[in-house]
Ligand binder design. Sequence first.
Ligand SMILES: [Zn+2]
Ligand SMILES: [Zn+2]
Length: 222
Amino acid sequence: MLERIIGLVAPHQCYICKREGALLCEWCAQDCCLPLSPRCYHCYALNPGSAVCNACRHRSPLKHVWARTDYEIWAKQLLHDFKFSRAQAAAETIGQLMSRGMPYLPRDTLVMSVPTATSRRRQRGYDHAALLGKQVARQLGLPYAPALHRLGQARQVGADKHTRETQLITAFRLTNASLVVGSKILLVDDIITTGASLESCARLLKASGADRVDAVVFAQKQ
Ligand SMILES: [Zn+2]
Ligand SMILES: [Zn+2]
């Protein structure tokens, strides 16, 4: 609400050139939010389609993961605004940047967000995951399907990789399993680090009958 009022009084400006519109305009984003070369998200081997490469295929249920940029200065700024101050405006800008450069996806591909922990959602008053998922769906002209839910409050901060992965195995649940059978799914998340959350969601979706699961993320943290 407050954000909407501020938005009416002072339209959003590009961080860098101050042009009105997006928080990071298309022009500045070319230099300040450098697109990553298409590659396997797991081992970083380059390949033109951002597919999970042959060597990594056995350990990942995902087929393609498109990552827009590195987790660096302006991407961090956008994600900070997305989480803490200007969620709607930042989601629009991040959604645009994520959607640009995506290949054509079949029109019946379902867009799903990787859900945020509910405690965090309550703290910030926004369902950030849904906000971003809807933006990406809108930009790509694909249906948005809120079918994934996060169970429990497994905290990832500080936990080692193994603990994170074992927590994540049971951390997600499907609310609409019939939707998933035979479907193509595009998972949406803001940041990818180990890829454990995306893989956990994708594993659940494949086990529930999904044909193919891809993902698009805004920033890759190395
Ligand atoms: Zn600009
Ligand atoms: Zn690989």
